[in-house]
Design a protein around this ligand. Structure first.
Ligand code: ZN
Ligand code: ZN
Length: 346
């Protein structure tokens, strides 16, 4: 099969012919119909992820049809249209047994702990626990964008953030994660403030539900601006970018007893950012992480998508071919275009 492969961190990935994958006993092979490009792929390529063993095929935001089954798989058939969360739980450890597959002790992550979906085929382990059936109405390109950014935002806003109607929600960063979070929080009845450096992203944020926007490049104090709009601070705030500045602001702009959810990854030089811990104590703030979402929680999100309350198709940006993926991957850190770029031609 064709696959995008890199042999050294930071060296250009290339389109290569490699052996087709075979399923593990509990796994399947999926014929990839769409795979999203994500900043996490860029981090992996740069060597920021300790799980990656070289040579490596990136790609973790995938949708496709099952082309081969492992001997122990009982819930799935060849030809089923499926997607997977980017963190797959083993189904057997303490965390999985408590319903928290997203922090499984033996987690399977395509494109990190194994070869990923920048390829014609990808092997996915623990299929019965982690595969999610796609509704017929959901196209592959939209479905590919769900597995990482959209579901991570759903869990961050709904499950970890516990958003309530009428609350103020601040979303720092309007890339794929941020726009997803804005759409989801708005659908849940919150008033959402979008914060970014680019006016085109802020305009798009309003289209997906933000009621206010702050351009951080032209605002002297983002925290004051959020406090003023919300008359005292946000109830819930997300760092959807993953940067020391957005992380600090997201905590500092909370009202008393507010909740901060860290969604953007903190890797490389940014892994231990400074945070206003004095305020966390004095105002009883909550600081939460969010890491993917369990497959069984997709149903609530799918119901909202099928009902038209959530429209992830709005977030799909450019369609690419697999041979365009290496250049797009290397550019991921410099510029994330409007919406999610998806490889749909293999
Ligand atoms: Zn991703
Ligand atoms: Zn587990």
């Amino acid at each position: 099969m064709k696959a995008v492969l890199f042999e050294q961190f930071g060296q250009p990935p290339r389109l290569r012919n490699v052996a087709d994958p075979t399923p593990s006993p509990a796994g399947v092979v999926i014929k990839v119909e769409a795979t999203g490009l994500c900043r996490s792929d860029w981090h992996g390529w740069m060597g920021h992820d300790a799980d990656i063993v070289l040579p490596h095929v990136p790609g973790h935001e995938l949708a496709g049809t099952i082309s081969a089954l492992g001997s122990q798989v009982t819930r799935w058939r060849i030809g089923d249209r499926v997607t997977v969360p980017f963190v797959g739980g083993c189904g057997h450890c303490f965390e999985c047994n408590s319903g928290n597959h997203q922090v499984c002790e033996h987690q399977f992550q395509p494109g990190f702990t194994a070869w990923g979906s920048f390829a014609e085929y990808v092997a996915v382990d623990f299929a019965d626990t982690n595969l999610v059936r796609l509704p017929e109405t959901l196209d592959f390109a939209t479905a590919a964008g769900l597995g990482c950014r959209f579901v991570t935002s759903f869990r961050a806003v709904v499950d970890q953030g516990r958003v309530k109607p009428g609350e103020w929600v601040a979303v720092h960063g309007c890339g794929g994660v941020g726009l997803s979070a804005i759409m989801i929080a708005s659908a849940a009845g919150a008033n959402v403030i979008a914060i970014d450096l680019a006016d085109d992203k802020l305009d798009f944020a309003r289209k997906v539900g933000a009621v206010a926007a702050i351009n951080a490049s032209t605002t002297s104090d983002v925290v004051d601006a959020v406090r003023e709009i919300t008359r005292g601070g946000a109830h819930l705030s997300l760092d959807a970018l993953g940067h020391p500045v957005t992380c600090f602001n997201s905590i500092a702009n909370l009202r008393r007893r507010g909740r901060h959810v860290q969604v953007g990854l903190m890797l490389g030089d940014h892994h231990h950012p400074k945070i206003p811990m004095d305020k966390v104590i004095a105002h009883e703030l909550e600081i939460l992480g969010s890491h993917g979402m369990q497959a069984f929680r997709y149903q609530a999100m799918m119901e909202m998508i099928e009902a038209g309350k959530l429209k992830p198709q709005m977030l799909v940006g450019k369609h690419l071919s697999l041979d365009e993926a290496p250049a797009a991957l290397m550019a991921m850190d410099r510029f994330e275009g409007l919406g999610i770029s998806v490889v749909t031609r293999f």
